[in-house]
Design a protein around this ligand. Structure first.
Ligand code: CA
Length: 390
């Protein structure tokens, strides 16, 4: 915490935001802790789901708690089902043929009250989720038929897509978009459908799946670009070969020459591509009616925008993890309540990035075009602030 305070030393508003969150988490933390003290075997299925959720994703568990009650269980179980699928996909020791079969048939497991599998998943927490999966499927079977149908369909399509990419690398740009659609675009589609089917939102968001897909792609691509170094050392490749081949013979060349023109040009090409989705993200957020759903959707999008600003033309991406300051993330958590605020963030980072554009870069014109488009979209809401985020 001390280090985070020092990073935000000349930004008192960030320190205030961090303290506010720290106090809030203290009162919430108690509830989570008392739940963890209960024996997992004697817990109800849904209580188990919330307990395991805090283990597989602490940050997501906190945001889910803030969702409207009639949607909370549905989103929690949707998340766990997809996390189960992802744990199978990410287990490098799982025999390929079996992995493909299980990814394709995983959606059917949700309908079996006692299905579970031991020893699959790349961390102990993910293994625990799959080893107790019968509890997740029983909680799933308790959901409304409308929610079950959505979760089932998204799980089936995502599993099929993941299976397709088990043996196929992300070669072309089209592959890259398709893979991101399977693992993230579909999450956006499913969430928008759940918002509508539970009646928390109207049908507008559900009826524009392209915007939901862009929301997912914006997040996924940001993570893929940012995680270059970690993925390289875990033998995973998500950067599309067709793109990086233009700048190097091997993906690891960039790590050896982080400051070189070619390495940075490759990084920037991917950032420019991710930026294509930002305006759709704003269009989606403008139409969200419920404030709690707005926060749930907007906070990750704002973090992605700030991350893209930070990783653009940044050689540190090739040698480690580049993250936004804790203080900035805290500010977002505290103040992102409405469209005016998200457009202020997007506007701020688009303008800051415009000043950072490397004019000698081949893609600089295209980047400028996307940034101006974002700024124009934001300017219609007349968002003005003197706060400096970067
Ligand atoms: Ca994965």
């Amino acid at each position: 915490m001390i280090r985070e305070f020092i990073q935000s030393a000349n930004r008192p508003w960030e320190i205030a935001a961090m303290l506010k969150l720290k106090l809030a988490s203290r009162s919430n933390g108690k509830a989570v802790y008392s739940l963890q003290n209960v024996n997992e075997d004697s817990m109800s299925d849904i209580d188990y789901c919330y307990t395991v959720l805090t283990k597989v994703s602490r940050s997501f568990a906190a945001v889910i708690q803030q969702l409207p009650v009639k949607l909370r269980d549905d989103v929690c179980i949707f998340y766990l089902v997809l996390r189960g699928l992802d744990s199978i996909e990410d287990d490098a020791d799982f025999p390929l043929e079996q992995k493909i079969q299980l990814l394709k048939s995983f959606h059917k497991k949700n309908h079996q009250r006692d299905w579970k599998i031991q020893g699959v998943g790349d961390t102990p927490d993910y293994q625990a989720l799959l080893a107790n999966y019968d509890k997740v499927s029983r909680a799933y079977l308790n959901l409304e038929p409308g929610s079950r149908e959505i979760i089932d369909r998204i799980c089936r399509e995502m599993g099929k897509g993941m299976a397709e990419f088990v043996e196929k690398k992300i070669g072309s740009h089209k592959d890259y978009d398709l893979y991101c659609y399977y693992v993230a675009g579909l999450v956006g589609v499913g969430l928008s459908e759940l918002f509508a089917s539970t009646g928390v939102e109207g049908s507008a968001l559900r009826d524009q799946p392209d915007l939901s897909i862009s929301m997912g792609l914006f997040l996924q691509k940001t993570n893929i670009i940012r995680d270059y170094h970690e993925d390289l050392h875990s033998d995973r490749v998500f950067w599309p070969e067709q793109v990086w081949r233009r700048y190097g013979n091997e993906l690891k060349d960039f790590e050896k020459n982080p400051e070189s023109k070619k390495s940075l040009a490759c990084l920037n090409a991917l950032v420019v591509d991710a930026m294509r989705h930002a305006v759709d993200s704003l269009k989606y957020l403008k139409q969200v009616e419920d404030e709690r759903i707005f926060r749930f959707c907007a906070i990750p999008q704002a973090m992605a925008m700030a991350t893209l600003y930070k990783i653009y033309n940044n050689p540190d991406v090739f040698t480690g993890v580049v993250k936004i300051r804790k203080g900035l993330a805290a500010m977002m958590l505290v103040e992102l309540d409405d469209y005016k605020t998200i457009s202020r963030y997007f506007n701020y980072f688009a303008k800051a990035m415009l000043r950072k554009v490397d004019k000698t870069d081949r893609r600089s014109q295209e980047l400028r075009m996307h940034l101006h488009e974002i700024i124009n979209t934001c300017s219609t809401t007349k968002a003005k602030s003197s706060v400096k985020y970067s």
